[in-house]
Ligand binder design. Structure first.
Ligand SMILES: [Zn+2]
Length: 408
């Protein structure tokens, strides 16, 4: 899909109608693209879907450069299809499932996401579910059949601090992007007439300088509000700006105070750059914010002590079960097998014959206790900090690969 764009007249003041137009375009962009970057709200909506009758197929497929070339993804896709269809003995169910794979193959043939390291599909013809998502992490190939979409592998993409809106601004043209873990997606373009030209044609000569300045302010206000709307629509946490110093300063001034504190250091990229070049140029600014936030959270964990935090895997799992976790902090590289009680849903770092909480023997192994912990945290509406920066991971090693700030 093309990037939606809006042309504003030079004299156009920022009115509610213009605001609605921008918000509407962003909504259209969000619903119109084939592949989305997952948002916390979008994933929560997916998590609420249940299909008791026909199974939902969840499919994860990695897309590296090799697989993108010449439809090379097909052989991995075909293996997944064969392995999923093989155990289905009922002829009708087999046909129905084959139909789902055919639809996905068609969608992949039509278009691969421009960026991202993989795709996820959640489909069920009978319950009218069709979602295709661009994944910014390299997740293993897999399929799952069940009454609900299988979202667990995406848990690590849900750190809200990792979501940015990037705005490239110039006096005549601006572009807005959504970015997550180094992947960007362009969501809006706004063009405005050159202020000098407008003044030349319509302005009074003696008021020229002031008029140019007014024009710049009008346009800056429109850009600032568009950035704010994009942050809301795409659930971005931080804003990054690229553009001339004066215009950036004007845009900053038009932002609400609360948002001014969530603007990263300026970066520089050519206004017509390709999305991959924008991602690369914005990367250092993004990383520095992430690192700063991660360091602050880990330091807070260390400073708050045993009354307000828990350190280490098992204490964190126990606090999750008690519903006490305000912020779950996990080293991105940490993954380890563990166990879960099917009776009370408590998570355990190690397998044991009976549950230490309820005494049940309905214990089952889980492949990755970190993934399960993240899932629990989201259900409890706890915040999530996935620690990716080298410096913060180093600091986190003092207190364990997993820890939490507590509500009580
Ligand atoms: Zn139990």
């Amino acid at each position: 899909m093309n990037i939606l764009s809006l042309a504003v007249a030079g004299h156009e003041h920022y009115r509610p109608e213009l605001r609605d137009k921008v918000a509407d375009l962003l909504r259209q962009q969000a619903s119109g693209v084939s592949y989305h970057l997952p948002t916390p709200t979008g994933l929560r909506a997916l998590a609420d879907i249940a299909s008791p009758e026909a199974p939902i197929l969840s499919l994860y497929l990695q897309l590296d450069a090799q697989r993108r070339a010449g439809h090379a993804w097909r052989s991995a896709f075909n293996s997944l299809r064969a392995a999923t269809l093989k155990p289905i003995t009922d002829q009708r169910k087999w046909q129905a499932m084959k139909g789902e794979f055919d639809r996905i193959a068609q969608a992949l043939d039509d278009e691969l996401p421009a960026l991202g390291r993989g795709v996820a599909f959640f489909v069920c013809r009978q319950c009218k579910l069709w979602q295709q998502i661009a994944i910014s992490l390299a997740l293993p190939d897999a399929t799952y059949l069940g009454p609900k979409p299988y979202l667990r592998p995406m848990a690590r993409t849900l750190d809200e601090q990792d979501r940015f809106v990037i705005a490239l601004v110039s006096q005549e043209f601006s572009r807005f992007f959504v970015s997550q873990i180094g992947q960007v997606e362009e969501v809006l373009q706004i063009s405005a007439p050159n202020p000098h030209k407008v003044i030349r044609e319509h302005g009074q000569r003696e008021q020229k300088d002031q008029s140019v300045l007014d024009q710049v302010r009008h346009v800056a206000r429109i850009f600032a509000h568009a950035a704010e709307l994009a942050l809301t629509q795409f659930e971005g946490r931080w804003l990054l700006l690229s553009g001339a110093t004066q215009l950036r300063a004007e845009v900053m001034r038009e932002l609400p105070k609360s948002l001014q504190q969530r603007v990263g250091t300026a970066f520089s990229v050519e206004i017509h750059a390709r999305p991959s070049a924008v991602a690369a140029a914005a990367d250092p600014a993004q990383r520095s914010i992430e690192e700063h936030e991660e360091m602050a959270t880990v330091q807070q964990l260390i400073d708050s002590g045993p009354a307000a935090s828990v350190w280490g895997v098992q204490p964190t799992l126990s606090a999750l079960r008690e519903g006490r976790v305000k912020t779950l902090v996990v080293d991105d590289k940490f993954a380890a097998p563990g166990a879960r009680c099917r009776n009370c849903l408590a998570l355990w770092q190690a397998m044991q014959p009976t549950c230490g909480v309820c005494g049940s023997d309905a214990m089952e192994p889980v492949a990755d206790v970190a993934e399960r912990a993240i899932e629990h945290a989201l259900e409890e509406k706890a915040a999530l900090e996935i620690v990716r920066s080298q410096q913060a991971r180093q600091l986190l090693t003092r207190i364990g690969p997993m820890a939490a700030l507590l509500r009580w």
